[in-house]
Design a protein around this ligand. Structure first.
Ligand SMILES: [Zn+2]
Ligand SMILES: [Zn+2]
Length: 127
């Protein structure tokens, strides 16, 4: 029977026995604890309109971590009108993915354009 593999925890960098998670048990427990704090805070009716900064301030959980909860769908941001995180490019409030729609569209057209250019260059070269 094969036992787990040793790996570095993606959060604290310590070696741990890799099982089902990318982090060691301590960090995993910490994340779970933080998730509960955030979920408990949001469960209170008058906190429904809180922003991510406010949630972070009250729960002492970092904005980055709350954003991860939202992105991973552990917290359902659709239930909370003001809860979102910043687009990685322009900083607009978003609730899913890494980029807002505009940046995503622009980014994908840029990629398309680059691909088109490469294709054109290939065609020119092959002549
Ligand atoms: Zn760790
Ligand atoms: Zn954006």
């Amino acid at each position: 029977m094969q036992s787990g593999q040793l790996d570095n925890c993606i959060i604290c960098g310590r070696l741990f026995l890799k099982d089902h998670t990318d982090s060691c048990l301590d960090c995993y427990r910490e994340i779970e604890h933080n998730l509960n704090l955030v979920a408990d805070f949001l469960e209170i009716d008058q906190n429904r309109y809180a922003t991510i900064e406010e949630v972070s301030e009250f729960t002492n959980v970092s904005v980055k971590q709350i954003a991860e909860f939202l992105r991973d769908g552990l917290i359902f941001s659709e239930d909370y009108p003001n809860l979102g995180y910043r687009c990685a490019h322009c900083g607009k409030l978003i609730k899913r993915q890494l980029l807002c729609n505009e940046c995503f569209t622009r980014f994908s057209t840029d990629v398309n354009r680059t691909l088109m250019q490469e294709k054109l260059l290939d065609e020119i070269r092959s002549k």
